[in-house]
Design a protein around this ligand. Structure first.
Ligand code: ASP
Length: 588
């Protein structure tokens, strides 16, 4: 190579005496009176270079002009560092390069933030100068980790007979349930492509086409409100298999994810095999279908005890069809009123009316917001149900089941953080299965698919689709890790009649169904094999492996919280001419 004989992470003591050429960025520069030291950085590491005015005056003069982030080429000789001066934090810390020649390939302006130190920097500034942010060690190791994960996936699935097929980015609205990004067609005035929310229909059509085992590292686009682990465009491992049932898909992903966790990360898998929960059980025990299983603190239902009490908040809730559930914050019996009020404010954010509490002191004596309305037996029964011990704090929400579950699951997560129960070194992977097939949409007064339109109902539940759809279960499965949903998939419908029945259940007229999904219905008549698949979020999985708080940290060029690219400054206006070509007029 013209500019380097070695990388900056490569040289060791056995290279001592070699003449080498290195090139990279000035990471740090120290001037020790006579000697100048440069930490030279490239993607592979850092090497210390010494400039001595006595032995190489010209190189030393060049080194005096060097500043952070200058790009330089250095020719010199490797030598072992004197005893006591080694740097155990650097892979190259036992050697240094004594410069003979140095050439500045390009100077650099002073960067707007430190690249050589992991200090907090305002995220907007980082995104504005993303190419500098990406120079930082943390970001480099995140992207390298991401590359390793994706490469592992490709190799693993290829070995199992899968082939990677690209599907179009310009396509048609897909039914994943979010808003579409639309692209106007110049050639077909007034018509639009939609960017795919996922390759769902196309991967199913690849099964019709006989490919049997497909995958794709697929970019998906969803115009949703942004949150920590969402982006307008994200990447998923999209996979589909023919002649399979639920267990085959689950087994493939479980082996793949186990191997990635064990071979690419230092994290420990808490469950091998992964845990399995029914949707019902997840909701009962954790109040959510994506529970963080790294810790217990399970919810306990006390509706039966509450129903017979004189505490109206409890008894009336149950009478109105609600539930009373609680959890045990072990060792928090000493919490002050103010601390409990903070927790109450948290559940109120999730629409719960309030938080009832019962604290047990070291002797087991009770302090409580509601115990005075209950009999001794009722109080003892509640303590027993939550396994309350001296020093514990029992917390309760009484509300509509959905609100009770949501509020307590958020409370559980917050307490899990506060009490240090969410061990970052552990991955708790868990399959959630047996989801309800449809959910009632109160606003629109209709059934919505819990997953998507192409998910099959359980065979034994098909008769329920007419009589009692709310009771039917779907062949859906989700993979959850540490409280995040990291994958979701299903066995699909592969017969036209059943697909049409499901379309009509969720309120699509025959005309609409043919209009939107005619190609699918038609394809189902040409010998469609039973098939199923899954999509796993690559960004979220890498985020968890990298211990990052949000997926922007593992995406090279992410959008900001408001879906903007702060570096290229987009979305941005276009010229009138461009609009005209697309037959568009703005109405702002
Ligand atoms: N298309 C679904 C999604 O992206 C996943 C699947 O059913 O395979 O969420």
């Amino acid at each position: 190579m013209t500019f380097k004989t070695h990388t900056c992470g490569q040289l060791r003591t056995q290279d001592a005496g070699k003449s080498v050429t290195l090139a990279g960025w000035v990471h740090r520069r120290r001037d020790h009176g006579g000697l100048v030291f440069i930490d030279l950085r490239d993607r592979w590491g850092i090497t210390q270079v010494v400039f001595n005015p006595d032995t190489s005056p010209e190189a030393h003069t060049a080194a005096r002009d060097l500043r952070a982030e200058y790009v330089v080429k250095v020719i010199g000789v490797v030598r072992c560092r004197p005893t006591g001066l080694e740097n155990p934090d650097l892979a190259t810390g036992e050697i240094e390069v004594v410069a003979k020649e140095a050439e500045i390939l390009n100077p650099a302006k002073t960067p707007p933030f430190y690249i050589n130190e992991d200090v907090p920097v305002d995220e907007a500034l980082r995104l504005r100068y993303r190419y500098l942010d990406l120079r930082r060690q943390r970001m480099q190791s995140n992207l390298v980790l991401r590359h390793k994960v994706v490469k592992y996936i490709r190799d693993f699935l290829s070995d199992e007979g899968f082939i990677e097929v690209e599907t179009p980015i310009l396509f048609k609205s897909t039914p994943e349930g979010a808003r579409d990004y639309l692209v106007p067609s110049r050639v077909h005035p007034g018509n639009f492509y939609a960017l795919p929310q996922s390759p769902q229909q196309l991967k199913q059509l690849l099964m019709v086409a006989g490919y049997e085992r497909y995958f794709q590292i697929a970019r998906c686009f969803r115009d949703e409100d942004q949150r920590g682990d969402r982006q307008p465009e994200f990447t998923q491992l999209d996979l589909e298999m023919s002649f399979v049932d639920r267990e085959d898909v689950i087994d493939t992903i479980e082996r793949l994810y186990t191997a990635i966790a064990e071979q690419i990360s230092d994290k420990k898998l808490l469950f091998k095999p992964f845990k399995r929960l029914s949707h019902h059980e997840a909701m009962e025990r954790f109040g959510t279908d994506r529970p963080d299983m790294r810790f217990g603190m399970e919810l306990a239902d006390i509706s039966d005890i509450a129903a017979g009490s004189d505490f109206r908040v409890f008894s009336q809730t149950v009478a109105d069809g609600g539930t009373v559930k609680g959890l045990n914050a072990q060792g928090c019996g000493v919490y002050s009123r103010k601390q409990v009020d903070e927790l109450a404010a948290l559940v109120q954010e999730f629409d719960a009316k309030g938080l009832a509490w019962l604290a047990l002191d070291e002797k087991g004596d009770v302090r409580s917001s509601f115990a005075k309305f209950l009999t001794d037996e009722q109080v003892q029964a509640i303590i027993k149900r939550l396994d309350g011990q001296p020093g514990d704090l029992l917390l309760f929400v009484a509300d509509r089941p959905q609100i009770t579950n949501e509020a307590l699951s958020r409370l559980r997560a917050t307490l899990g953080d506060r009490l240090g129960l969410r061990n970052p070194d552990v991955l708790a992977l868990c399959w959630v299965v047996d989801f309800p097939f449809v959910e009632w949409n109160e606003e629109e007064q209709r059934w919505d698919p819990s997953h998507h339109l192409f998910t099959a109902p359980m065979d034994e539940d098909i008769p329920l689709l007419d009589a009692n759809p709310g009771q039917a279960r779907g062949k859906q499965y989700d993979l959850v890790c540490n409280g995040h949903e990291i994958a979701g998939g299903s066995i699909r419908i592969h017969r036209r009649e059943l697909q049409e029945q499901v379309f009509s259940l969720i309120g699509l007229t025959i005309e609409d169904a043919r209009d939107q999904f005619g190609h699918m219905l038609e394809a189902f008549e040409y010998g469609t094999p039973p098939h199923g698949g899954i999509a796993t979020g690559i960004d979220r999985w890498v985020m968890l492996l990298a211990d990052e708080p949000n997926i922007r940290e593992v995406i090279a060029f992410p959008k900001s919280q408001s879906a903007a690219d702060l570096m290229a400054n987009t979305p941005s206006p276009v010229t009138d001419e461009q609009l005209k070509t697309l037959h568009l007029k703005l109405d702002l």
